[in-house]
Design a protein around this ligand. Structure first.
Ligand code: PGA
Length: 250
C-alpha cells in the first residue's frame, strides 16, 4: 500500500556536467519501474539542468534544503518558489547536517516544511539521534520529539505530501548502518508517534525512509522490514551502478 521511495542525496558533490552524466546513466539503466519511486537531490547549481532532463521521466527532482521565505533580502537562500520554477517536486528539510553544521533547530525546520508544502512541494523531513543520545538511551525520545516538532500545525490532509526519513546521525557517511532490527524498531516508534498525532489510518499511509550508509549489500535486508518504506542514500547515490542496485532492491 505504501510505494517505496528511493532518494539520492548528493550533498555537496558534482558539477553540472557530472550531474547530467549521472542522471543520463540512471535514466538509461532504470528500465521500467512502476512499483517504486525514484528521486535525486543534486546541489542547487545542477537543478535547472536536471529539471529539463528529468521532465516526463520516472525520476523526480528534489532539493536538499529550502528557505522558509518566498523572496527578499536573504543572502544565500533559495525559496520554494525558485525550486518549483526549475522543476523540483520535492525538498529535504531537517537533514542532520543542516541541524549540526548549520545550527538549524526544529522550529526553523517546521517553518521550512510549511513553506515548501504551501508551494506544492513534497517534503522529506529528516530525524535522527546522535551516537551520544543513543548511548544514553535517549534515541526514541529524541526522534519522537523531532517528529512532533517537525509536524507542528501540519493538517491530516498535508500528510500525504510528507515523507519521514529516519537517519541515525552515527550511521551517516560512516559505513556503520543501523541493524535492520534497530531501524525497524525506530520506524515502528515513529509510526506509533504518527498514530498518536493523527490516527492509525493516516499513520499507516505515511512513508518512512531509512538513511545512513545504505548500500547495495544492505538495502535488501533493510527494505524487507515492514515499516521501512524507502531509503535516503548519500554516498552510494553518487555512482550510477550502486544507486541503480539500491533502486532495484529485492
Ligand atoms: P550516507 O548519507 O548514505 O552517505 O550515509 C545518507 C544521508 O545523509 O542522507
Amino acid at each position: 500500500m505504501r510505494t517505496p521511495l528511493i532518494a539520492g542525496n548528493w550533498k555537496m558533490h558534482k558539477t553540472v556536467a557530472e550531474s547530467v552524466e549521472l542522471v543520463e546513466a540512471l535514466l538509461s539503466g532504470l528500465g521500467n519501474i512502476t512499483d517504486r519511486e525514484v528521486l535525486v537531490c543534486p546541489p542547487y547549481t545542477a537543478l535547472h539542468a536536471l529539471g529539463s532532463l528529468l521532465q516526463d521521466t520516472p525520476i523526480d527532482l528534489g532539493a536538499q534544503d529550502v528557505f522558509y521565505e518566498d523572496q527578499g533580502a536573504y543572502t544565500g537562500a533559495i525559496s520554494s518558489v525558485m525550486l518549483r520554477d526549475v522543476g523540483c517536486t520535492y525538498t529535504i528539510v531537517g537533514h542532520s547536517e543542516r541541524r549540526q553544521v548549520f545550527g538549524e533547530g526544529d522550529e526553523i525546520i517546521n517553518r521550512k516544511l510549511h513553506a515548501a508544502l504551501g508551494h506544492g512541494l513534497r517534503v522529506i523531513l529528516c530525524v535522527g539521534e546522535t551516537k551520544d543520545q543513543r548511548d544514553a538511551g535517549m534515541a526514541e525520545k529524541i526522534v519522537t520529539g523531532q517528529v512532533q516538532a517537525g509536524l507542528v500545525q501540519v493538517t491530516p490532509a498535508q500528510l500525504a505530501n510528507i515523507v519521514i526519513a529516519y537517519e541515525p546521525v552515527w550511521a551517516i557517511g560512516t559505513g556503520d548502518t543501523a541493524t535492520s532490527a534497530d531501524a525497524q524498531s525506530m520506524h515502528a516508534t515513529i509510526r506509533q508517534t504518527l498514530t498518536s498525532l493523527y490516527d492509525e489510518v493516516q499513520a499507516q499511509q505515511m512513508r518512512i525512509q531509512y538513511g545512513g550508509s545504505v548500500k547495495p549489500d544492505n538495502v535488501d535486508e533493510l527494505m524487507s522490514q515492514p515499516d521501512i518504506d524507502g531509503a535516503l542514500v548519500g554516498g552510494a547515490a553518487l555512482k550510477a551502478d550502486s544507486f541503480l542496485r539500491i533502486v532495484q532492491f529485492r
